[in-house]
Design a protein around this ligand. Structure first.
Ligand SMILES: [Zn+2]
Length: 82
């Protein structure tokens, strides 16, 4: 699977957000749909592009385990994010 693109495919409505940078290296990221977190391993912490690619790859391959939860929250709050 190619992982060199800067734009990620928007698979089934989920998107990828980098939540924290440490020394300009992505430290951890999450899936906006299921809130799953992806952490950069120590071996990638000094390589910004490597860390970014690692997190993207983790994101692309994960399964949204709790995809129903966010919809429930949205329904309760009545908000629409778009
Ligand atoms: Zn997800």
């Amino acid at each position: 699977m190619p992982s060199q693109t800067t734009l990620l495919p928007n698979v089934s409505g989920r998107s990828f957000t980098i939540l924290k940078y440490v020394n300009k290296v992505p430290s951890f990221a999450s899936c906006s749909k299921c809130q799953q977190k992806f952490f950069t391993p120590p071996s990638h912490r000094f390589v910004p592009s490597g860390a970014s690619d690692y997190l993207k790859e983790k994101f692309l391959w994960h399964k949204c385990v709790a995809s129903g939860i966010e919809e429930t929250k949205k329904a309760k709050s009545g908000g629409v994010n778009f």
